[in-house]
Write a protein that binds this ligand. Structure first.
Ligand SMILES: Cc1cc2nc3c(=O)[nH]c(=O)nc-3n(C[C@H](O)[C@H](O)[C@H](O)COP(=O)(O)OP(=O)(O)OC[C@H]3O[C@@H](n4cnc5c(N)ncnc54)[C@H](O)[C@@H]3O)c2cc1C
Length: 592
């Protein structure tokens, strides 16, 4: 393993790494690119031509396309070879999630199968369960689903009423209850069902086969988007689930459910990149064809602004996605040395990066909503036509802010998890923050003359982190009554953390690209605009937070410090965005 510095989850708030310490997508090798190309070719050959038919809700067609993906080996990317898969690294799993993310509702069905439908058994199953199910899920012989949500239990997932009781002969759990919004419900052969045994306080998890008597799948929901994916309710009426199908230990289900959601969030962060690249390519192709006032619309500044902003937001979150992926790979490697089991090591590593998982989920889904919305706008009236891919992309994008934990829940998690980890001693937020607080009136922005380009960006990001520490410390220690109940303040802090993490990842990526000899001229424009915007957003969020939780004379010194620490050099954003757009327009496709 390379000798590189790895940060714990959330530690980025107080520590720095160097560009050499992160993985960037420009480092994918030929073999890994070929895997991505295979996924891309599959979408072109098997998915896009069937999209209209899939959107009519043809469950059989979706099932058959998933089976074809299985035949091609695309279901086994994340599964170790001993269970019939290809045992690819986490970064490659993310590359596959990215590429298939361009597949609209197919992507949702595919990810539900390969991720939340398969991985619980790989991660938590015993040898027998893995051999009985994972080997078949890895090839597509079986298709999977994950059943946590209930009519009364959504965000509050542990409040479900589905119940399991051990039969008198001790051979079965008798399952009763109802699940809703279950992806792949219409055709999945296996269901990971969460239920409480007897009057347990927490959930347990079960592997339930669809053909067991008493399992009843309802009709598909009529949805706003991802219309090709099957989403339905499932009812369990005295279903006899063999005791061997309890997944993990009794009462371990809630932990399994949450861990799997961390994984789902990270992979969603990759998924949306693929969808956004497709939307941007569609946008620029249209802008390069459509003429108004006698010229191509891609020559208009307002359109260039949109195209550039699509690229900036995508390129930035992509940097964070692959940074986290390599961190996870490295931690899997370390944990595997201790426990010897790839599955257990993987889920421990993924769960460890809970702060970053929530960041990727929120920023990624909001990036895709922005990109898809602007794609529709660039198409004008044609963007509103149901004939167009951008219209489908717009509708399909919206779900990403809702499932895998809503963005509201994930924003809370970003701050809550980081603060808890710091309190546990993983890293020191409060000592550093206290030192800042003690000298608030003496804070400077640390500017030095003739600062090199990347050193200046690093300083800006360091300053933004100080702002976050000031706010966390102020909210938790100085005015402790408010924070837990003040979700607005938590949101402010979450937004600052997310933007800063993404900007830092972007800066490190472009710095590393330079060391790899890449031409980074336009990438510097991306970074300049991104940091200029991030500093402004952090300033606003920090001021909102401080005015909300603080009182008295401390307010003035905190606001003054925030103004100083969010000061960045002015950027000619018009010229920078035009250069970014011009590259996209010249390439006539997303090729950054
Ligand atoms: C198309 C689709 C596919 C899905 N696939 C699956 C699947 O395969 N398996 C599965 O188990 N589930 C699935 N889901 C369910 C999904 O995960 C839930 O819809 C989601 O977790 C939100 O739960 P809810 O719908 O009950 O909303 P609620 O929890 O009722 O939330 C309503 C609103 O209140 C907010 N809110 C709730 N609690 C808080 C809080 N503490 N603080 C602040 N705001 C809060 C939410 O953010 C949201 O804005 C799917 C849903 C859809 C729509």
């Amino acid at each position: 393993m390379e000798d590189r510095k790895i940060l714990k989850s959330g530690e980025f708030l107080v520590s720095e790494i160097e560009a050499k310490d992160i993985f960037i997508p420009e480092e994918f090798n030929e073999e890994q690119r070929m895997i991505a190309q295979t996924c891309h070719d599959f979408l072109e050959a098997e998915v896009y031509p069937q999209m209209a038919e899939l959107e009519k809700g043809n469950r059989e067609l979706m099932r058959s396309i998933l089976k074809k993906a299985g035949d091609l080996g695309l279901m086994g990317i994340s599964v170790p070879e001993e269970f019939g898969g290809f045992g690819q690294s986490f970064v490659v799993q993310m590359l596959v999630a990215e590429t298939t993310g361009a597949g609209y509702s197919f992507s949702v069905a595919y990810m539900a199968h390969c991720g939340i439908g398969t991985m619980p058994i790989l991660y938590y199953g015993n040898k027998d369960q893995r051999e009985r199910y994972v080997t078949k899920l890895a090839t597509g012989e079986l298709l999977g689903s994950y059943c946590l949500t209930e009519p009364g239990a959504g965000s509050d997932a542990n409040s479900g009423k589905t119940n399991a009781k051990l039969s008198e002969d001790g051979k079965h759990y008798i399952l009763n209850g109802q699940k809703m919004w279950i992806t792949n419900a219409g055709f999945a052969d296996t269901q990971i069902v969460f239920a409480k045994i007897d009057n347990d306080r927490v959930l347990s998890a079960f592997i339930v086969e669809r053909n067991l008597p008493g399992v009843v799948v309802g009709p598909d929901e009529h949805k706003m988007g991802i219309k090709g994916s099957s989403t339905a309710q499932i009812y369990y009426n005295d279903v006899k689930v063999p005791v061997e199908n309890l997944l993990g230990k009794r009462g371990e289900g809630f932990r399994i459910a949450l861990s799997i959601l961390h994984m789902g969030r990270i992979k969603l962060g990759a998924n949306v990149i693929g969808a956004a690249k497709k939307a941007i390519t569609d946008s620029v192709k249209y802008a390069n064809e459509r003429k108004q006032f006698g010229v191509l619309i891609s020559t208009f500044g307002a359109i260039k602004h949109k195209l550039a902003e699509q690229v900036i937001r995508l390129f930035a979150i992509e940097s964070a996605v692959y940074r986290v992926s390599r961190d996870i790979d490295d931690m899997i490697g370390k944990l595997k040395q201790d426990c010897g089991d790839t599955g257990r090591a993987s889920i421990e590593a993924i769960s460890h990066y809970a702060v970053e998982a929530a960041i990727l989920k929120v920023v990624g889904s909001e990036m895709l909503d922005f990109v898809s919305d602007e794609a529709v706008q660039i198409y004008g009236g044609m963007g509103y036509s149901a004939e167009m891919d951008v219209e489908r992309g717009y509708r399909d994008s919206r779900i990403n802010r809702i499932f895998e934990g809503t963005n509201e829940i994930n924003r809370l998690l970003v701050v809550d998890t980081a603060v808890k980890r710091a309190m546990k001693g993983d890293f020191d937020i409060f000592g550093k923050a206290e030192a800042l607080f003690a000298d608030l009136d003496k804070i400077t922005d640390g500017e030095i003359p003739d600062e090199p380009y990347f050193a200046e960006k690093t300083r800006y990001i360091r300053n933004l982190k100080k702002v976050i520490l000031i706010c966390i410390h102020g909210a938790v220690k100085q005015f402790p009554k408010n924070l837990i109940n003040d979700q607005e303040v938590l949101n402010n802090i979450a937004d600052m953390m997310m933007d800063t993490y993404v900007s830092e990842s972007l800066s490190l990526r472009i710095c590393k690209m330079e060391t790899l000899g890449k031409n980074i001229a336009v990438c510097k424009d991306i970074l300049d605009v991104n940091i200029y915007d991030t500093a402004d957003k952090v300033r606003k969020a920090a001021c909102d937070a401080v005015f909300s939780f603080a009182e008295g004379e401390k307010v003035n010194s905190m606001i003054k410090a925030i103004e100083i620490l969010t000061r960045v050099r002015g950027v000619n954003v018009k010229a920078a965005r035009r250069r970014i757009a011009d590259k996209l327009i010249g390439d006539n496709s997303y090729k950054f």
